[in-house]
Ligand binder design. Structure first.
Ligand code: SAM
Ligand code: SF4
Length: 334
């Protein structure tokens, strides 16, 4: 007698037994910031490039959801440069099986748009703030909108967005001496502040050599001052989180060069040009666009995804200085 198939039977799996429940979907390469580690000369691509349409985004979300993906993070470039971002959030949220719709943004339009995004169903927000010092923030990002970003963050909290996180890339001599200021801020801020180790990409090798700071020292310092590690959930991101009874906020630490970072990989990426990236640092990505023309192609798309997963490698090999075809993270969304 045939047994009922369990939801686990449909999961996307690779040849190392890792399951993929989490999709990072880039909706544009374009960005209006010039972060020193990402796009120091500003966006150089073609802003008129044909990024995924709303229908294509719906089809990607539906195919991944059918294989057990429950969480989609919308990213970029800067996703809020797309005029239809609210519709994108609503479309992904309306996909049966998708429980969590998250957004990563530089916050440029946060204060003015967060009400719409929340109404469209946004469940989780990651806002990038590399420094709480306005002058340092401007020096890193090329924009002096820190005050607006913080107002947008307050509004997101007031609206009750369930999960709010702030990302800060650790940079030698720029913000690694401002940890205390960040920690003070967290005493009364019910958010998770994630420190990300700078990653080497094709374009930033020299910058990386000068500015990379290991998160190890910060990890030791947190453990020595009463912060405790939090258990990870299945669709968790790559951060190890810490909590402390005296702080409303939590700390997350993302150490891509850490031992076994790739062992817990649970996410796949689709770029704004419709290419599947098995790893943040894979080569050119695998074109999916020919399978996104009609809803009827869903089964074919799912079969294609399953077959391609066999090619996923065990590690990103970043520790060997390998950054694949990734010139900067704006290309596929970090
Ligand atoms: N523009 C949006 C933003 O900045 O939040 C979304 C895209 S951005 C590529 C996503 C995240 O990647 C940001 O938090 C950014 O700070 C981080 N990031 C970009 N380049 C990085 C690098 N080389 N190493 C580590 N993090 C990086
Ligand atoms: Fe733009 Fe985000 Fe890259 Fe900064 S990190 S340049 S905001 S894509």
């Amino acid at each position: 007698m045939l047994q009922d198939s369990s939801p686990e039977d449909s999961f996307l799996r690779d040849s190392f037994g890792r399951e993929f429940h989490y999709l990072r979907l880039s909706v544009t390469d374009v960005c209006n910031f010039r972060c020193t580690y990402c796009l120091p000369d500003g966006y150089q691509g073609r802003p008129d490039a044909a990024f995924l349409s709303l229908d294509e985004i719906r089809r990607v979300a539906a195919a991944f959801a059918a294989t057990g993906t429950g969480k989609v993070r919308i990213t970029g470039g800067e996703p809020s440069v797309r005029a239809d971002l609210t519709e994108i959030i609503a479309a992904v949220k309306a996909t049966p099986g998708i429980r969590t719709v998250a957004l990563t943004t530089n916050g440029y339009r946060l204060a003015e748009r967060i009400d719409d995004w929340a109404a469209a169903g946004l469940d989780a927000l990651n806002l990038s703030i590399d420094s709480l010092d306005p002058a340092v923030f401007a020096a890193i990002t090329g924009h002096s909108r820190l005050r607006d970003l913080l107002a947008g963050l307050d509004r997101a909290l007031a609206l009750g967005i369930p999960r709010v996180k702030v990302n800060a890339v650790l940079l030698r001599g720029q913000n690694d001496d401002q940890i205390d200021r960040f920690l003070d801020w967290l005493r009364g801020m019910p958010i998770t502040l994630r420190f990300i180790e700078l990653m080497q990409t094709g374009d930033n090798a020299e910058f990386f050599r000068r500015n990379h700071v290991s998160g190890e020292e910060l990890r030791r310092r947190l453990l020595a001052s009463g912060w405790s590690p939090v258990l990870r959930s299945r669709d968790a991101g790559p951060a190890q989180e810490f909590h402390h009874p005296d702080y409303q906020g939590r700390i997350g630490l993302i150490q891509p060069y850490g031992k076994d970072f790739c062992a817990t990989c649970n996410r796949l990426r689709v770029s704004a040009l419709g290419r599947l990236h098995l790893c943040l640092f894979s080569e050119q990505g695998i074109d999916l666009r020919h399978l996104l023309r009609a809803d009827e192609q869903r089964e074919e798309l799912i079969a294609f995804l399953r077959a391609r997963l066999a090619d996923k490698k065990v590690s990103h090999f970043l520790q060997d200085g390998f950054s694949g075809g990734t010139r900067h993270l704006a290309m596929i969304g970090g």
